[in-house]
Design a protein around this ligand. Structure first.
Ligand SMILES: N[C@@H](CCC(=O)N[C@@H](CSC=O)C(=O)NCC(=O)O)C(=O)O
Length: 287
């Protein structure tokens, strides 16, 4: 936490968008992340719930905060938004920048076991442990430390589902946009899993939401899933119904298909308000 540096700060919807850097022990490099502090936390001196957004492949900590239109709703609902990056950066690993769907920008929110990735590619532990603790301690004056929710898109949707299922109680609300639901059987997921985790299918299952959903035993979660029918990744990578057909009394799924919508942020920005309402109805109950 000593290394936490404020890089920029801008007023928006009566709150502050702030970008930070810090030295990550888990990842062994400097990382950047964004937060949005809503006016409720600044002016009413009231601690607010935290809502995380995990972004998709090729994104950084900037995509969602800039392109989704979410700040208006974070401000209105009084939620402190946290947007982490999608992979370690600048670790100088051979092959890290060779393709758009592996290495930089494609960390898949897992802890790699294979060389040369296992030292740095630890996004699961980074987001769910290191950054989680940093947010709760560095922003203790603003946040309700035991009241977090989780959102994500695509690869980040996969990460959001996995982090929530693997850490019952840590994230109390969950929603996803066009998530990768069965990564072991999709092009993007299988490429990354093979590279980061090798061939061990038991290990693949530990980062597969459709597998983890079967044994989730935490508090009941109502999961909102939005999916465009014109999404270019739908038939090769996402497979939402592999997840929603899982029968687990502790999980319920609301899967909404939207005719003609693609995978991108024009789709996300159309439905982002519904996601903030979904999280607020759960997280603001505890206030
Ligand atoms: N044409 C894109 C291909 C990559 C892409 O679509 N990335 C998605 C996530 S895909 C799975 O995780 C994304 O969120 N991109 C960022 C954005 O701002 O749209 C490309 O080359 O970027």
């Amino acid at each position: 936490m000593d290394s936490l540096k404020e890089l920029s700060k801008s007023r928006s919807f009566d709150g502050n968008v702030i970008r930070y850097s810090h030295e990550s022990k888990e990842l062994g490099c400097e990382m950047k992340f964004h937060i949005y502090v809503p006016p409720a936390a600044l002016t009413q001196q009231k601690k607010v719930p935290v809502l995380w957004f995990l972004a998709g492949i090729t994104s950084t900590d900037e995509n969602f905060i800039i392109k989704s239109g979410a700040i208006r709703y974070a401000s209105k609902e009084g939620l402190l938004l946290v947007c982490p990056d999608t992979s370690p950066r600048g670790c100088k690993i051979a092959g890290e920048d060779d393709s758009w769907d592996f290495g930089t920008g494609a960390g898949f929110y897992l802890d790699a076991t294979q060389e040369p990735w296992s030292k740095n590619y630890r996004m699961y532990s980074y987001v769910s442990k290191e950054l989680f603790q940093l947010v709760n301690s560095a922003f203790a004056n603003w946040v309700q430390t035991d009241n977090h929710g989780m959102m994500g898109h695509s690869m980040g949707g996969c990460g959001a589902l996995n982090l929530t299922f693997k850490n019952p109680g840590q994230y109390k609300s969950l929603s996803v946009f066009a998530p990768i639901c069965d990564p072991s059987n999709g092009k993007l997921g299988a490429k990354c899993f093979k590279g980061y985790l090798g061939d061990n299918q038991d290990l693949w299952n530990q980062y597969n939401p459709s597998h983890l959903a079967k044994s989730y035993q935490g508090e009941k979660l109502d999961i909102l899933i939005d999916q465009g029918t014109a999404d270019e990744f739908l038939n090769t990578d996402l497979f939402p119904e592999t997840l929603t057909k899982v029968q687990n009394p502790n999980l319920s799924f609301t899967l909404r298909y939207h005719e003609g919508y693609p995978h991108n942020y024009f789709f996300i920005s159309t439905f982002v308000e519904d996601h903030f309402n979904h999280h607020s109805s759960k997280l603001n109950k505890f206030c």
